[in-house]
Design a protein around this ligand. Sequence first.
Ligand code: 13P
Ligand code: SF4
Length: 343
Amino acid sequence: MTKEKFYSTLEKKLEKLVPHVEIKYKAEIAWEINEWKRERNAVILGHNYMEPALYHSIPDFVGDSLELSRKAAETEKDVIVFCGVRFMAETAKILSPDKTVLLPAKKAGCSLAESITAQDVRNLKEQFPGVPVVTYINTYADVKAECDICCTSGNAAAVVESLGAETIIFLPDEYLAGNVARDTGKHIIFPSRKFGQDSPDLDYQMIGWHGKCEVHEKFTVEDIENVRKQFPAVLVLAHPECSPEVVDASDFSASTTAMIRHIENSKADQYLLLTECSMGDNIIAANPDKEMLRMCSVRCPHMNEITLEDTLACLKNMQYEIEVQEDIRVRAAKSVERMIAIG
Ligand code: 13P
Ligand code: SF4
């Protein structure tokens, strides 16, 4: 493709969202990134939350955490550039240890990943010996290494059911756990508050943790009610990191990619997306006929650390390389691969 064609394709995609002058500036950077990508024999994986100019110009694959883990495991390129947050890039390294995995920002954390340590998991295993541990993919490698199997928002209930266990430990997202407990018919307790206070023979079925996503915890049932009053025919989609009350008040809840597909395949008058706002922009760019309502007061500061400028610097300077200690990686890989095997 010529540079002119690349620019006009991007302009057409983003014309409802970004002024031409800005697209021209971003297209220049994206063009240079794509040249460096060839030079480095790299693949770029982009999470659905990336800002629209980046999302629609440089990734070879876009998707949710589960899809991108699969792509990371399959790639034959030498270098994986992860346009997402650190735990995602770490998962790519866990699955592809011989590749160079780069994250365009130094930190790009996640409030869920930071809510729990490997020692916390070891303490829980001591409190509840023999109980299988399911860990959300939004955790760091040392936490994954302590668990039996990982899950993502796209397969959490299926992973729990695949274990066929009466009781499980589900970490660290309190709200995802609550949503999975409801879907699988289990009741849930939180040992950090309750352990030691309950009768020892209480029928524990799901043991949770108090981690929360700083974006999704902010959406409320009242937000949904207010929007429904203004737009009675709106279809409300909530990510399962939202509270169970918010998910119950919405019309659909699933992983980021499943939400995109659901919007593409339905014909509502308007859509309200309770998740990181950039994803709504990306849907508008790909489906200009859809009316997306804006709820952009809540943003993910970590996903927003990833810019086109930093991705260019990442490929030019081969920064910031993700390293995972080998003994931890081997144990973490078992949990992630077990998850990928069940789908
Ligand atoms: P998905 O796996 O659904 O893309 O979610 C990742 C995430 O971090 C949501 O906040
Ligand atoms: Fe983490 Fe929430 Fe940001 Fe997703 S949106 S990366 S869960 S802080």
